[in-house]
Design a binder for this molecule. Structure first.
Ligand code: ADP
Ligand code: ADP
Length: 228
């Protein structure tokens, strides 16, 4: 089991008021799979992703990523885990505006232990021709392709995507998702993605439906990657 989560709980305090955001999450994802977390706003999706990515800590429960119990890591170990093992993709691409496409990826590649080749990664996201362009010269979909390349180049074990298609139209969203599936096949990266979009979710291996801090249903899909 690549991701194994059991009894995961997380609360936030706002003044005197304690809100339980995650109420005992149970979920599992196999290595190399694409998983989707589907649920309404405020249901705890981002909190769950942040805990998996080592950005936040849980209060109790078990969280194992590739056999590592991340809630038992100390701060330095957690930082290393986040830097080396996790790739993040966000709704808004967060590219560095005054660096070219190639340079945006190089920055990450340079600090990685076993990076993939930059040109290979650019080719995988079909952006090899735009290597010397700046982010402002690219469309939203193209910028997201670059941010996928940047996340994947460090050769992460797990790619966490928070609404990666949230700012894109449906056709572009589909192509980004197809690309993530291709990256997943080509580089063997396990992918977990948050989405509000049920059509996008239908293309994943596993769908975790979240309602107010609990997984209310897990759907296992027979996924066939559509031909180009
Ligand atoms: P959704 O994905 O459903 O659109 P978000 O995940 O962006 O919603 O966030 C929901 C709300 O929780 C937002 O107002 C966001 O600012 C807040 N939030 C999420 N994560 C954090 C955090 N780590 N610290 C503070 N506020 C947060
Ligand atoms: P989702 O991603 O499903 O929209 P979130 O995980 O962002 O949900 O947030 C779940 C709930 O937890 C929301 O009510 C949000 O405002 C709250 N929340 C998230 N992060 C924080 C934080 N750091 N401090 C306080 N409340 C938070």
């Amino acid at each position: 089991m690549f991701i194994y989560i059991s009894g995961l709980k997380k609360s936030y305090m706002s003044g005197e008021v304690k809100t339980e955001v995650l109420k005992g999450i149970e979920m599992q994802l196999e290595k190399g799979e694409v998983g989707v977390i589907l649920g309404p706003s405020g249901s705890g999706k981002s909190t769950l992703m942040n805990i998996l990515g080592g950005i936040d800590r849980c209060d109790s429960g078990k969280v194992l990523v590739d056999g590592v119990e991340i809630n038992k890591l100390n701060e330095n170990q957690l930082t290393d885990f986040r830097r080396e093992d996790i790739g993040f993709i966000f709704q808004f691409y967060n590219l560095v505006p005054n660096l070219t496409v190639g340079e945006n990826i190089e920055v990450v590649s340079n600090i990685s232990k076993s990076p993939f080749n930059i040109d290979e990664v650019l080719k995988a996201v079909e952006m090899q021709d735009k290597k010397h362009r700046f982010p402002r010269e690219l469309s939203g979909g193209e910028q997201q392709r670059v941010s996928i390349a940047r996340a994947i180049v460090k050769n992460p074990k797990l790619l966490l995507c928070d609404e990666p298609t949230g700012a894109l139209d449906f056709q572009t969203s589909r192509s980004i998702l197809k690309l993530l599936q291709k990256v997943n096949k080509e580089f063997g990266t396990t992918i977990l993605m948050i989405t509000h979009n049920a059509a996008i979710a239908a293309m994943a291996n596993r769908v975790f439906k979240v309602r107010s801090g609990e997984i209310v249903e897990t759907v296992v899909n027979q996924v066939t990657v559509p031909a180009e």
